[in-house]
Ligand binder design. Structure first.
Ligand code: NDP
Length: 384
């Protein structure tokens, strides 16, 4: 039996992970479950999976969590420090499924323990970049990518050398507006933006998919996970989301990973790694899929991938600023404060707003850059 800690248990990736654990109760012992504020959902999961500890990030919800878990013998805790402490307890596998840079400190706490981390929380790696990969190397930790594209690349790289890679291509569904006109995109509502055609995901990543910032963040994520150089990383729009990404080698061979658009497949790959496990997914029926289409991304309509590439090339503090600005802009869009196209425009404005801070060397540096960028993005919102 292996122990598993799930950070962000009440979210979409958390639910998919726990679905697999539920089907394999003999293989896993859940030790940590966390949420931000969904006390009811967290308590229900805790009663079902009986972790050692349940943590809610919002300190004001601790009494509610304690009441919901009274008599269960499960330890209850709240707040950022408690979240980090729970992540630092270590487990055979830690699933990092918190959304946004809020997940960074807990992921780093798990990495400092030197364990194996199944990483869904891309914003943490985008913001911390070298700080995180250096900690992984220093502590002998293992990062297993859960993002479907990176998991696909990881699988396509098995048994091969990075030095023999000619290019890595991330596929993108193109999101709900991939066939929309500029006018339709300018008028896009939050409800339209979160209605992803292929994937069922949390609200933030759904909006990121609609703006294509998700692919931009993934480009930076790939840059750190698979160090082949930015010039070898490509993006292609593939509306069917069947091919999850591809690796081309020096001899002209391209390996691709295909599968259904269900996060349980890449999550299962990380849970069972280096082996395989059953999932409830049926076989891929390519005859039913019929055709696989590919086209170049339109960076005039969706500038986010260009912004991410530029931030990645700049390095240092730029990716953390890009991510923080995007998080604030997406939240403002979802609450009706700004229009859809303002999201990428705000990210661009933030990257061009004054001198770039010094490159972060520690977790605290990254958190300070993130906090400052959020403050400035908040001020920018007051002027729109
Ligand atoms: P959700 O919004 O569905 O869930 C987010 C989880 O994080 C919830 O448990 C939430 O708790 C918790 N959380 C949110 N804010 C905080 C905070 N400030 N402090 C502590 N915990 C917090 O997100 P997803 O599951 O969609 O995405 C999770 C991560 O995985 C993201 O980084 C996303 O980019 C990545 N990812 C997601 C995919 C998907 O299919 N959903 C695919 C690939 C990557 P609460 O319920 O209380 O709000």
């Amino acid at each position: 039996m292996r122990s598993i800690a799930i950070l962000g248990a009440t979210g979409s990736v958390g639910a998919s992970t726990l679905d697999l654990v539920r089907r394999n109760r003999d293989a896993w012992r859940v030790t940590v479950l966390t949420a931000n504020e969904s006390v009811e959902g967290l308590a229900a999961l805790a009663r079902e999976f009986a972790p050692d500890i349940a943590v809610v990030a919002d300190e004001a919800r601790l009494a509610e969590l304690r009441a919901a878990l009274a008599g269960s013998g499960i330890e209850c805790a709240a707040g950022a420090d408690a979240l980090n402490e729970a992540a630092a307890r270590g487990a055979d596998l830690t699933v990092a499924a918190i959304v946004g840079c809020a997940g960074l400190a807990p992921v780093m706490a798990a990495i400092e323990r030197g364990g194996t981390i199944a990483l869904a929380n891309k914003e943490a790696l985008v913001s911390a970049g070298e700080v995180m990969t250096a900690a992984v190397a220093r502590r002998g930790a293992t990062l297993l990518p859960v993002d479907s594209e990176h998991n696909a690349i990881f699988q396509c790289l098995q048994g091969n050398r990075l030095s023999e890679v000619r290019s890595i291509t991330l596929t993108a569904s193109g999101g709900p507006f991939r066939d929309s006109s500029r006018e339709e995109i300018e008028a896009a509502t939050p409800a339209q933006a979160v209605a992803h055609p292929n994937w069922d995901m949390g609200a933030k990543i759904s909006v990121d998919s609609a703006t294509m910032m998700n692919k931009g963040l993934e480009l930076i994520e790939a840059f750190h996970l698979f160090p082949v150089g930015l010039d070898k990383l490509r993006i292609i729009v593939h509306p069917q989301s069947v091919v999850h990404s591809m690796v081309e080698y020096r001899d002209g061979s391209t390996l691709a990973q295909l599968g259904p658009s269900d996060m349980r497949v890449p999550i299962a790959s990380a849970l069972a790694w280096p082996r395989r496990m059953d999932t409830p997914m049926g076989s891929l029926d390519l005859a039913a899929v019929g055709r696989l289409d590919f086209r170049a991304p339109d960076e005039d309509l969706f500038p986010a991938t260009r912004l991410a590439r530029e931030a990645c090339a700049h390095g240092g503090a730029a990716p953390a600023i890009l991510n923080a600005a995007n998080e604030i802009a997406v939240a403002a869009f979802l609450s009706g404060q700004i229009g859809f196209t303002r999201i990428a425009a705000m990210v661009a404005d933030m990257l061009n707003d004054g001198p770039m801070p010094t490159a972060p060397g520690t977790l605290d540096d990254v958190l300070a850059i993130d906090a400052d960028a959020r403050r400035r993005a908040g001020e920018m919102l007051q002027t729109v």
